[in-house]
Ligand binder design. Structure first.
Ligand SMILES: Cc1cc2nc3c(=O)[nH]c(=O)nc-3n(C[C@H](O)[C@H](O)[C@H](O)COP(=O)(O)OP(=O)(O)OC[C@H]3O[C@@H](n4cnc5c(N)ncnc54)[C@H](O)[C@@H]3O)c2cc1C
Ligand code: FES
Length: 248
């Protein structure tokens, strides 16, 4: 992990009402694992003072990209950055998805959960991605995903695009006999139903979790969660956890 100071914003694309793709130029390529994240703060603004965590979405030509939805003050501030403005960014942070997947592997992403899993598409052998959202206009990353040669199954809750239904029910319907590993990220409800859908089956689920973070580097314990193996810090021990380890 290192701090990259004064990284200029070189790309900013609005993908939806409150969703942006932000690209920052780095002096050299960053080595990171899919699922690792960064802590960001606009360089010259100190309110809020704390950096905000964002998954590393992808990297291309020494530009590091983040897919970000505006939620409150910190993300609003990042979204108001103009091309040429700079940010101080700590990265790469945390433990990403396991690098040792050898059998069948599916990626499940619900809504903004696409951000930490996107870079898996180029790192595992021919992964199948199930990418869902409530409605077509919220499939923010679909065009970017289509640029990869991955097999993508799209789903929407209202049936406006792709399979009708949420990501987990589409998975259960299309892959009733699946054995292997699932790498997933999505809202809490999606993770709960994924846990139920895979319970008692020969399936490992690795999930990228979210938590409120202050330091992002394991120092403040602000992001601690209870697991079957004791307290764990989402920022340092995660954010990717084997779902079987989590206390429901
Ligand atoms: C490891 C990690 C990776 C993340 N990756 C992304 C990403 O790639 N793209 C993206 O858009 N967002 C991502 N997030 C979520 C993002 O960090 C929060 O939305 C952001 O920190 C909110 O800060 P804020 O100042 O804008 O909002 P605040 O003013 O701090 O909060 C606004 C509202 O959002 C809620 N909130 C804030 N943080 C979280 C959180 N972590 N989980 C659930 N609710 C929260 C608050 O309770 C409040 O209701 C990630 C979070 C983590 C921990
Ligand atoms: S945010 Fe400080 S320990 Fe995780």
């Amino acid at each position: 992990m290192r701090e990259q100071k004064d990284l200029p914003l070189v790309e900013k694309t609005r993908l939806g009402d409150d969703v942006y793709l932000l690209g920052f130029k780095t002096p050299e390529a960053i080595q990171f694992r899919p699922g690792q994240f960064a802590m960001l703060r606009a360089t010259h603004l100190f309110d809020p003072f704390l950096r905000r965590p964002l998954a590393i979405f992808r990297q291309e030509d020494c530009i590091i990209y983040f897919l970000m939805q505006v939620k409150g003050k910190g993300t609003k501030q990042l979204s108001s950055m103009q091309i040429g403005d700079t940010a101080d960014i700590l990265l790469p942070l945390g433990n990403g998805f396991p690098p040792d997947i050898e059998g069948d592997c599916l990626i499940l992403a619900g809504g903004m959960g696409i951000a930490p899993v996107f870079s898996l598409l180029s790192s595992y052998r021919k992964p199948i991605l199930i990418y869902g959202a409530r409605t077509e206009s919220e499939l923010f990353a679909l065009e970017i995903i289509r640029e990869t040669d991955s097999e993508v199954i799209v789903s929407t809750d209202d049936g406006s695009k792709g399979e009708k239904g949420d990501v987990v029910s589409v998975f259960s319907h299309l892959f009733p006999d699946f054995h292997g590993d699932i790498l997933a990220c999505g809202p809490d409800g999606m993770m709960d139903s994924l846990r139920r859908a895979t319970e008692g089956k020969d399936i490992r689920v690795f999930a990228s979790l979210e938590a409120r973070m202050a330091c992002g580097v394991g120092a403040c314990l602000g992001c601690a969660i209870r697991t079957k193996n004791g307290m764990k810090r989402v920022c340092k021990d995660g954010p990717v956890f084997d779902i079987a380890e989590l206390v429901t």
